[in-house]
Design a protein. Structure first.
Length: 581
């Protein structure tokens, strides 16, 4: 019995010693990395095949709070051929004595691109920890005057986007100092490759007929957990992006910085963390996505186009991703920029929208750019859903249907003739609205509306106009948004119930009891002190603003309306049998 106990203790000690010895067997701690050591890196130069290239350690660069980067020099036939480390090689694992030391992460523009900086694997492992870790500074460039260090990542490769649609996406990426470039479409029939250290990996923001992806390299894989890039994408912490394997078509040499031209392939999982030392993902788990379907019809040319794609549920990126893709298919279908009328239907499903669906139909016109005009309310709606301060909205689906014709449907509200003035509460009033269509004869449109039963007597203001544009509250720089709404439903209702662009709006405001001369204040005397300066009127002397409309009626027309007319109507006291002169 005693011998068995001794044997068990020996076995346990052996196991403990083995694991203590083997704790760093798969990686080399930074304190063991020495200048002059040689090893190799792994990446994809073409297709999906992972290849090796030689690496020499040139030193350790101290960074901030207990943070260091490893300076390396790369070499080999492939590296010399492409001109050094390329964007898209970020995440490429580097090994010494067959133990990983970290991931290629940074390089210098307009320099010897064979020189690069490596993020130690110990820093990258912390992405998997629940505890916070240091947010580090950019590498110290004091020894490299005039040079700019950048992450060794590809630009955001946008497939299916070009021209001003790509420019729209670029405007959104400028905030993150990310360059958008035209890239190849996703390979749907290509041979998918498993994600392993050195594999090309794509982080997709949009997939389908339109695409937008970053391409980098897998650094390390532990079961289904992936570490990659060695630097952040947006540096936003917890994220929910697509993760795919990628196919490298070519590495494009450049004096500024070479880069991998690559395509996303098969969806493999999701990226869940975007941290300073890199990104992490999970194979087999998939992100929340928003399917987007767009159909455009050019009625003059009898041409139809459709596009379907999926975008990530990212509140700050959704508007630019959907907007740029919609602009692209509009431009492709119309093949022109200029005048036109568009009839659009926007349908967004989500929670907690009323009945889980939001529907908006409208007519749009522009004399200069009908495509941009058509997207106005789509982007307003997405802004409301993603930027409102009241509650988070989970969007399930976005659909846009548009019919465009090269026709000027503009009509201006020229004049209004009231047939019944004065009128009593409850009376029907007939008005003739004179519309002036573009380069056409005047049109007289007769409309009838009813004076409210509780309308107070006196001179009331009547306003007839085309549907006024509704603007969501957008802050100026460094200014907080002032939302005059009780809750999200109130905000959304104010948008949905706004008149359409082809509707006449008739509004009546009650009379106000203030002296008429308050509307037209007297001119200041010429000889008083401070000549030339207008004295501010006391606040109590200013005419009150209308607080609530007494009546609103909406009448459909076939025109895109502009212009406004206002006048007065005398509301008689029902108890008075005669009209006061």
């Amino acid at each position: 019995m005693r011998n068995k106990q001794i044997s068990l203790v020996v076995i346990l000690l052996f196991i403990a010693l083995f694991f203590a010895f083997d704790a760093h067997a798969w990686y080399m701690p930074l304190d063991e990395v020495q200048e002059g050591m040689t090893g190799y890196g792994r990446t994809v130069f073409k297709g999906t095949e992972v290849e090796s290239f030689p690496v020499e350690i040139k030193g350790i660069i101290q960074q901030g709070y207990d943070r260091q980067l490893i300076l390396i020099k790369t070499g080999g036939e492939k590296i010399e051929e492409i001109g050094g480390v390329a964007s898209g090689m970020s995440g490429s694992p580097v090994y010494l004595e067959d133990r990983i030391i970290g991931a290629i992460a940074y390089g210098w523009t307009l320099s010897d691109h064979r020189i690069a900086l490596v993020t130690p694997i110990e820093a990258m492992q912390k992405i998997w920890d629940e505890k916070e870790y240091w947010v580090v500074e950019e590498p110290d460039l004091s020894d490299y005057p005039g040079l700019e260090t950048i992450p060794a990542r590809t630009p955001l490769l946008a497939s299916g986007l070009s021209g001003r649609a790509a420019e729209m996406l670029q405007e959104a990426m400028d905030e993150y100092d990310i360059k958008v470039m035209s890239g190849p479409s996703a390979r749907r029939d290509g041979e998918s490759a498993p994600l392993q250290p050195g594999s090309a990996v794509a982080v997709d923001l949009m997939r389908g007929d339109m695409g937008a992806a970053f391409v980098g390299t897998v650094t390390y894989r532990n079961a289904n957990q992936i570490l990659a890039f060695g630097h952040p994408i947006f540096h936003q912490g917890a994220v929910d992006f697509f993760m795919s394997d990628a196919y490298v078509h070519e590495i494009i040499p450049s004096l500024n910085f070479p880069f991998k031209l690559a395509s996303s392939q098969e969806l493999k999982g999701r990226i869940g963390q975007d941290r300073d030392a890199g990104i992490s993902g999970q194979v087999g788990e998939y992100p929340k996505l928003i399917p987007v379907n767009i159909s455009i019809k050019d009625t003059d040319r009898e041409l139809n186009n459709r596009a379907s794609f999926q975008v990530v549920q990212h509140e700050r990126l959704l508007n630019s991703l959907v907007g740029s893709a919609a602009l692209q298919i509009l431009d492709e279908t119309l093949d022109r920029i200029g005048m036109g009328t568009a009839r659009a239907k926007i349908e967004i499903t989500g929670k907690p929208l009323p009945d889980h669906k939001l529907l908006r139909e409208n007519l749009y016109f522009s004399n200069n750019d009908v495509a941009i005009a058509t997207l106005f309310e789509l982007q307003q709606l997405i802004f409301i859903l993603t930027a409102n301060p009241y509650q988070k909205i989970d969007i399930f689906n976005i659909r846009l249907q548009v019919e465009v014709e090269q026709k000027n449907t503009m009509a201006y509200v020229q004049k209004v003739e009231l047939d019944d003035n004065p009128a009593y509460p409850g009376d029907e009033v007939t008005a003739t609205v004179i519309l002036r269509p573009y380069r056409d004869e005047f049109i007289r449109k007769e409309i009838t509306f009813t004076i409210p039963e509780d309308m107070p007597p006196g001179r009331a203001t009547i306003v007839i106009s085309g549907g006024p544009p509704w603007q969501p509250p957008v802050p100026e720089e460094d200014e907080e948004i002032d939302y005059p709404y009780e809750d999200f439903q109130n905000l959304l209702q104010s948008f949905i119930e706004r008149p359409r662009n082809n509707q006449l709006v008739v509004e009546i405001y009650p009379a106000y009891s203030y002296p008429r001369h308050y509307l037209e204040p007297e001119e200041p005397e010429e000889d008083h002190e401070g000549e030339g300066e207008e004295e501010p009127q006391p606040e109590e002397m200013m005419p009150p603003e209308p607080e609530e409309v007494e009546m609103r009626e909406i009448i459909d027309t076939e025109f895109y309306l502009d212009g406004i007319w206002s006048g007065e109507i005398e509301i008689q006291d029902p108890e008075d049998n005669s009209v006061e002169e």
